[in-house]
Design a protein around this ligand. Structure first.
Ligand code: COA
Length: 260
């Protein structure tokens, strides 16, 4: 299906999803959120796709937030509904079972930072600026940002960003653990694709297990996380990929993982 507000492209086993509203700095209107739901459903269902890169069109922005022109006219009931729609998308991305990398070339504000935070890895250009400016509009982040920032960067940083609304640069975001890698602007696409292609060569079941352990463990007592890890570790030994990985090591060759 053709999207109105997204571009999708497959580069080998990597699907690149681009939010494509550059004249509005890729702001997330409701239609774009709905298309992102569909695009991530498609990426999850396609066995040939092993990693996803999420980016914004143009040089200026990853995504500059929810569409303020749309927010301005919402009733309380519609705002609650929009928040659920956004939160469900963010949870879907987080639980995709395949690694998703946010490629942040410029502004990642509000819903844009919330979208980046539900991705598993975030690669930012040195020029990127990140923030949660909702407070300056008289509201708070509504797509999971208050909760994910707390978990990623701790209470102090989360309250500083949500209460001041002021954006921070990529270096500070990296120091806070909010982005996982910072690169020169002209290297952003190449470095992000290199990372995605590397992730796409790995054994998909083991990758999924690692993503799941981080999700479960991040929200549980350590004993629960450790037990989940033990079970996932055992399950890996039922896969052909585990045999391939260990055999390839012993035969001094590169493994070719099938996903089985
Ligand atoms: N929603 C809707 N439209 C947005 C938008 C958003 N979140 N962010 C940017 N735009 C639109 C602008 O209205 C402008 O549209 P126009 O050309 O039709 O007037 C266009 O994108 C370009 O933005 P502009 O503000 O002119 O660019 P800038 O370089 O001067 O400033 C920002 C960039 C990111 C600082 C500024 O656009 C901004 O503050 N955006 C809102 C960020 C925000 O509060 N996000 C949280 C929303 S909950």
């Amino acid at each position: 299906m053709a999207f109105q507000n997204l571009l999708t492209e497959d580069r080998g086993a990597v699907r690149v999803i681009t939010v494509n509203r550059p004249d509005k700095l890729n702001a997330l209107n409701r239609a774009t959120l709905t298309e992102l739901h569909l695009a991530f459903d498609q990426a999850a269902a396609d066995d040939a796709i092993r990693a996803v890169v999420l980016r914004g069109a143009g040089e200026k922005a990853f995504v500059a937030g929810a569409d303020i022109a749309e927010l301005a006219g919402l009733s309380a009931v519609q705002a609650r509904d929009l928040s659920r729609h956004g939160q469900r998308l963010m949870s879907k991305v987080e639980r995709l079972g395949k690694p998703v990398i946010a490629m942040i070339g410029g502004w990642a504000l509000g819903g844009g930072l919330e979208l980046a935070m539900c991705c598993h890895l975030r690669v930012a250009s040195e020029k990127a600026k990140l923030g949660l400016p909702e407070i300056t509009l008289g509201v708070l982040p509504g797509f999971g940002g208050t909760q994910r920032l707390l978990r990623l960067a701790g209470r102090g940083a989360a309250l500083e960003l949500t209460l001041t609304g002021a954006p921070i640069d990529a270096a500070r975001a990296h120091a806070l653990g909010l982005v996982t890698r910072v690169v020169a602007p002209d290297q952003l696409e190449a470095e992000t694709m290199k990372l995605a292609e590397q992730l796409a060569t790995l054994a998909p079941q083991a990758v999924r297990a690692i993503l799941d352990t981080a999700l479960v463990g991040g929200e549980s007592a350590i004993d629960v996380g450790l037990e989940f890890e033990t079970q996932a570790f055992g399950v890996c030994f039922s896969t052909e990929d585990m045999r391939e990985g260990t055999t390839a090591f012993l035969e001094k060759r590169k493994p070719a993982f099938s996903g089985r």
